[in-house]
Design a binder for this molecule. Structure first.
Ligand SMILES: Nc1ncnc2c1ncn2[C@@H]1O[C@H](COP(=O)(O)OP(=O)(O)OP(=O)(O)O)[C@@H](O)[C@H]1O
Length: 198
């Protein structure tokens, strides 16, 4: 589903990683682990064409990542960041900004699986905890039906109980190809497979 072949990353003269190759099978839940600064987030952004890579090649669903194919590839991906700093007051406004229609109640059902009541969508982001906000963002993003889910540090603000609920939710998303960047032990242990950047 996703193939990275012999890719390297540098910012200016600073080499972050070199000659990295891995693949993610369709329906697999794979986690990239590694110390802070090893390039996990950048690698997830590379797959979406937001960070340029050196050497090698990346392909998604059999299609090489090029200027021409980027928009089609992005169209198959849900990108779930750790946090959002957008001009929105709460979850309802975020749903509107993202142009989502939630008429089948999927967001509420995902919030429930993540241990939150749906009314939290109306609560000001300033008044919810970091862990609640992260789960609201995840529920909203997961309601979008795309075959590939990329998540950057999905547990960064979550406590152990919320991590377990999120793992359970991810495993219930049948058929999705999930690639995450994390250094959380519980998350890593529950992934189908891990690769390490160092
Ligand atoms: N746009 C950029 N310009 C210059 N340097 C960058 C840029 N983005 C990231 N870096 C540097 O590249 C390195 C890798 O960053 P990245 O965020 O990908 O690492 P990470 O493994 O995800 O780290 P963390 O676990 O702390 O999130 C870091 O040293 C970072 O400072």
């Amino acid at each position: 589903m996703i193939k990275c072949n012999d890719i390297s990353l540098s910012f200016g003269k600073k080499k972050i990683f070199e000659h990295v190759s891995f693949h993610v099978e369709e329906g697999e839940f794979l986690t990239i682990k590694g110390e802070s600064g090893t390039g996990k987030s950048s690698l997830l952004k590379m797959i979406q064409g937001y960070v340029p890579f050196l050497n090698g090649e990346i392909s998604v669903k059999g299609e090489l990542l090029t200027e021409k194919s980027i928009s089609g590839i992005r169209n198959d991906i849900i990108w779930i960041p750790q946090n959002v700093n957008l001009p929105v007051k709460n979850g309802v406004e975020l749903v509107q900004l993202m142009g989502l229609n939630n008429n089948n109640g999927l967001i509420e059902s995902l919030l429930d699986q993540l241990g939150l009541e749906s009314k939290i969508l109306h609560k000001d982001f300033q008044k919810v905890s970091g862990g609640q906000k992260q789960r609201i963002i995840i529920a909203i993003c997961l309601s979008i039906n795309k075959p590939i889910v990329l998540m950057d540090e999905p547990t960064s603000s979550l406590d152990e109980n919320a991590i377990q609920l999120l793992i359970h939710t991810m495993k219930s998303l049948k058929g999705k190809t999930i690639l995450t960047a994390s250094h959380n032990i519980t998350w890593i242990e529950n992934s189908d497979r891990i690769i390490e950047l160092n």
